[in-house]
Design a protein around this ligand. Structure first.
Ligand SMILES: Nc1ncnc2c1ncn2[C@@H]1O[C@H](COP(=O)(O)OP(=O)(O)O)[C@@H](O)[C@H]1O
Ligand SMILES: [Mg+2]
Length: 232
């Protein structure tokens, strides 16, 4: 059967209150279907649950009710090892901070996901892919640099290559331009859109920039715990 790449089926998420008080319900009825290679922007005010939603899409957290499926597999039915393998092979993550290893070079950083990948992904072809992607994002002359020797925008581009190195089917980006100045933010947004098309990787981009969101073919707003279509 040809499943959508991603499905959220009436997802709810509540967090237990740290002080033992009433749980905080963040997602009440989030529904989403994403086809392979599709790109969608998710906007919404701070605290509306965007990161909560992305954590569920990224198999980092489970819904309290409802189902989250990647390629037809219900994430709640997978064990820890299966979830880890799914995250490593099918998903790429980018966050507001680059989370690069400061003591490692650019080249070493982008190869980190290949270290835990199955043997067939650790081939000369994987190294060639890393090299090609670094050149694609304009960092071919920075392979031996460490993150402290790069600009914020360059670090985010390294993080993008690291997220794509295992050839994932889905790229999840949580406010990836949030710590960049306007010009770098625009450049990174454009790069993510181009890579979505060139690499055929689906993209879920959480951003508070309506300007950036409007450049994606589909925009959803997270409001009152549910996703709503936004007409431009
Ligand atoms: N691990 C957690 N435990 C309890 N509450 C949480 C946790 N993570 C997030 N929240 C709460 O859920 C709400 C949504 O948070 P979040 O998903 O980070 O929103 P956004 O990314 O849209 O700013 C916030 O009110 C936040 O305090
Ligand atoms: Mg957030």
């Amino acid at each position: 059967m040809n499943h959508p790449l991603l499905v959220l089926d009436h997802v709810q998420k509540a967090y237990a209150a740290p002080d033992g008080g009433a749980p905080v319900t963040v997602l009440t009825d989030a529904c989403l279907q994403l086809a392979a290679g599709e790109a969608v922007a998710i906007i919404g005010p701070s605290g509306s649950g965007k990161s909560t939603l992305l954590n569920i899409l990224g198999a980092l957290d489970l819904p309290s009710a409802g189902r989250a499926l990647i390629a037809g597999r219900d994430l709640a039915t997978l064990g820890e090892n299966e979830l880890a393998a799914l995250r490593n092979r099918e998903l790429g993550f980018i966050f507001q901070q680059h989370h690069l290893l400061p003591q490692c070079t650019v080249w070493e950083n982008v190869l980190v996901p290949t270290l835990t990948a199955p043997r067939e992904l650790r081939t000369p072809a994987a190294l060639a892919r890393a090299e090609r992607l670094l050149a694609r994002v304009g960092l071919q002359a920075r392979l031996a640099h460490r993150p402290g020797q790069l600009s914020g925008g360059e670090c985010q581009r390294v993080a993008v290559v690291r997220a794509l190195v295992n050839q994932p089917r889905l790229l999840l980006a949580d406010e990836p331009t949030g710590s960049l100045d306007h010009a770098n933010a625009q450049g990174l947004g454009q790069l993510l859109l181009e890579l979505n098309r060139e690499e055929g990787v689906a993209l879920v981009l959480v951003t508070h920039s309506r300007e950036l969101a409007a450049r994606l073919p589909r925009v959803l707003e997270l409001r009152d715990g549910a996703l709503h279509g936004v007409l431009e």
